[in-house]
Write a protein that binds this ligand. Structure first.
Ligand code: GCU
Length: 331
């Protein structure tokens, strides 16, 4: 079944379910539908499975999670909408496509913002992390927590050793103005596209390059078509675990607390899994003959993309947020 027809089936199913249970207060045996674009063995999905076990145990089976990995429920732009409308209950997505609704999330994804992984985790664990998640609520979404996605770098069919090498390259980015501009400032031709289309587009030459973290580069087999990986580490874009607000409101306070603490456990498990997954992806890439380009001048990349900060620095509340993030630092 195609992701779209699957989505239609779920939408229809959830409308029917709503009709059937309306008027009844019963939460017993509720199954929450969970979406993820990554494959079943990917750390985000493993973290969701852990969350599912915790929730099932703590509610004695009253709440269970049914996880649909590998884009079974569609690409992120579709599943985000389905979560807003309550057809999907919990969704693990990259924060990038949510940035068009919540500019504060884009701030977290600005290039070269974080000094290190320590800085990144400190910010997410601080009040700032929760304040930013709260901005999702007016859109019908409850931000439950963040998962790491490490650093994103460019990979290409031709070596990229400096921004000059991006000239003329068609580079896939996540579908947000921020990343279209990022690639434009670096001199490339930015091409927005869904995650699931990237492999074929690289193979057929529709695009020449893309950007992501090590585990995604390998799990998607993008390495087969784009064997040059430039470790420029331009962004650290967090993943979000979020819930449909309409479903959240139908949980008891005790159930909500269980969901929250299970999410926290998933966050911490993901941090433990991530390093190992990066190492095994790097090993797989080396075996496949990928050339890693790591002798690059980060300053050259950072200078080109610096203008992306200007609109945020001009907006007083965003500027304050940026200052608070920088002040946290990593030492
Ligand atoms: C990461 C992230 C995915 C996202 C993808 C993308 O791999 O885990 O959720 O879809 O980036 O580039 O679109």
């Amino acid at each position: 079944m195609t992701p779209v027809s699957n989505l239609v089936r779920i939408l229809v199913g959830s409308v029917l379910a709503l009709v059937l249970i309306s008027g009844s207060a019963a939460n017993a045996g509720t199954v929450l539908r969970v979406a993820d674009t990554q494959p079943a063995d990917y750390p985000t999905v493993v973290a969701l499975q852990h969350m599912a076990e915790r929730i099932a145990d703590a509610t004695e089976g009253e709440l269970t999670l049914k996880i649909y990995p590998a884009r079974q429920l569609g690409e992120e732009k579709d599943t985000i909408l389905a979560t807003m409308f309550g057809a999907i209950d919990i969704n693990r997505v990259s924060s990038a496509p949510l940035g068009t609704m919540v500019p504060e999330l884009q701030i977290l994804g600005l290039p070269y913002l974080f000094d290190s992984e320590v800085h990144f985790y400190r910010v997410l664990d601080s009040d700032i992390g929760q304040e930013i998640l709260d901005f999702l609520e007016p859109h019908g979404l409850i931000g439950l927590g963040y998962l790491t996605a490490g650093a994103r770098s460019f990979y290409s069919t031709r070596p990229i050793r400096s921004p000059a090498d991006l000239k003329g390259l068609k580079v896939r980015v996540q579908n947000t103005e921020l990343y279209l501009d990022m690639v434009r400032y670096l001199g490339g031709n930015a091409t927005p596209m869904s995650f699931g289309q990237v492999y074929e587009s690289l193979v057929t030459g529709v695009i020449d390059a893309a950007e992501n973290n090590w585990p995604s580069y390998v799990s998607t087999r993008h390495l087969e078509a784009a064997p040059y990986f430039t470790l420029d580490k331009h962004t650290m874009v967090p993943e979000i675990i979020m819930m449909s607000k309409s479903r959240w409101q139908r949980l008891s306070v005790a159930q909500q607390n269980i969901v929250k603490s299970a999410t926290r456990e998933a966050e911490l498990l993901m941090r433990r899994l991530w390093e190992g997954r990066v190492a095994s992806a790097q090993q797989a890439a080396a075996q496949a003959g990928v050339e890693v380009i790591d002798d690059i001048d980060f300053g050259e990349f950072a200078d080109r993309v610096a203008p992306l900060y200007a609109p945020f620095e001009r907006e007083p509340t965003h500027a304050t947020l940026l200052k608070r993030i920088r002040d946290i630092g990593d030492s």
